[in-house]
Design a protein around this ligand. Structure first.
Ligand SMILES: C[S@@+](CC[C@H](N)C(=O)[O-])C[C@H]1O[C@@H](n2cnc3c(N)ncnc32)[C@H](O)[C@@H]1O
Length: 344
């Protein structure tokens, strides 16, 4: 089943996109939110990225989950029914390893993938219906927090939350803490969180993963401008912008930009506005934060989680970290006020 009830209706979604584009392109340092990468074409390009030889992240996490699936399932499935909530599920390529293991051991659960991409959720629902018909699936199209809020109101029972693929890395440092603390606020003792983390490593390996030789990541980044053209009536000339990735090994953040190759004006019809680009002016489009294991442990603990287990690939490139919520942890996490618990 695919639940579109949380999806903003077409007009509202386009209005939110327009507002975010207008805000981002009006700043002194221009930016666009990375969550808009994933329209139909963006989701397909991301699937190609996952297959690239340079993109070690998917292969590493695939290895972690394949090698440790029995232990992971043992640690989080426990006894009795639970909801498996997959935040930003995408095509769930790696989640399917865990789903198969759960199905093989006849665990009582239902699978609730959540994603803002309607295309991704439709494809995933269809592929699970055909490939794993024994699993009960309710795909939700919506933002992370909309979905968590809805789940809290509508689904009682134990919850295991997956946040795979280093999705946490897309937040800025303070946002990742807010995000994790907000997730924690929706959970109860006995609930778990399994989170995929990209670890610090040779900067060249990281940089290559975001600057592949075939140019698929460049096309993925530039597709954001194509989406503005299509959905908001923009006139970006994609030939006049280039993808530029930059890794900072001190703060561990991989940043992606779109750089204007010349001085130019871009008109966006739905905003009735032109935006001026100086030659070589950049739009910041994505952060991908790399972590050390102590940083991850600290992040979880700051939000009232207990670190239960850490699983890594053989090259120590990627980790999946299992956090639990213990009885004693049942308190509101520090440093987060009520009005920050719900985000759009
Ligand atoms: C990097 S992909 C990871 C997919 C998958 N979890 C994996 O590990 O391969 C990120 C996914 O998160 C979704 N996403 C990004 N921001 C989101 C948000 N704010 N709310 C819900 N989904 C979001 C995107 O549509 C995309 O499918």
């Amino acid at each position: 089943m695919i639940d579109l009830s949380l999806k903003k209706n077409g007009d509202n979604a386009t209005a939110a996109f327009a507002t975010d584009v207008n805000y981002g392109l009006s700043q002194d340092q221009k930016s666009l939110p990375s969550r808009y990468f994933y329209d139909g074409k963006g989701s397909r390009l991301f699937q190609k990225i996952m297959d690239l030889p340079e993109y070690y992240l998917t292969r590493s996490e695939y290895e972690v989950l394949t090698e440790n699936k029995e232990t992971i399932i043992e640690e989080f499935a426990g006894e009795g029914f639970f909801h498996l909530i997959d935040l930003g599920a995408g095509d769930a390529l790696k989640t399917k390893i865990l789903l198969q293991q759960l199905a093989d051991r006849h665990s009582a659960f239902n699978y609730i993938p959540v994603d803002i991409s309607v295309d991704a959720m439709q494809q995933l629902s269809n592929s699970l219906h055909t490939g794993m018909p024994e699993i009960s699936v309710q795909a939700i199209v919506g933002e992370y927090f909309q979905a968590l809020e809805w789940l809290q109101a509508n689904k009682t029972g134990r919850k295991v939350v997956l946040f795979l693929g280093s999705n946490i890395g897309n937040f800025k440092a303070d946002e990742s803490r807010d995000f994790l603390c907000s997730v924690r606020a929706y959970l109860q003792p006995g609930d778990k969180l399994l989170m995929g983390i990209d670890l610090h490593k040779d900067p060249d390996i990281i940089l290559r993963a975001y600057d592949d030789a075939a140019g698929v990541t460049a096309a993925f980044n530039l597709n954001l401008l194509r989406r503005i053209n299509r959905e908001l009536g923009g006139n970006f000339d994609l030939e006049q912008f280039r993808h530029y990735p930059l890794y900072n090994p001190q703060d561990g953040v991989m940043r992606s930009y779109l750089v204007s190759k010349k001085e130019q004006e871009v008109y966006i019809r739905d905003l009735r506005k032109s935006f001026h680009f100086a030659a070589w002016e950049a739009i910041h489009t994505e952060n991908s934060h790399k972590y050390t294991l102590p940083q991850v442990k600290e992040l979880g603990m700051a939000c009232g989680f207990t670190l239960q287990s850490v699983f890594q690939d053989n090259n120590h490139r990627f980790a999946d970290v299992l956090f639990s919520v213990e009885e004693d942890d049942n308190r509101k996490p520090e440093g987060i006020s009520d009005d920050r618990l719900i985000k759009d």
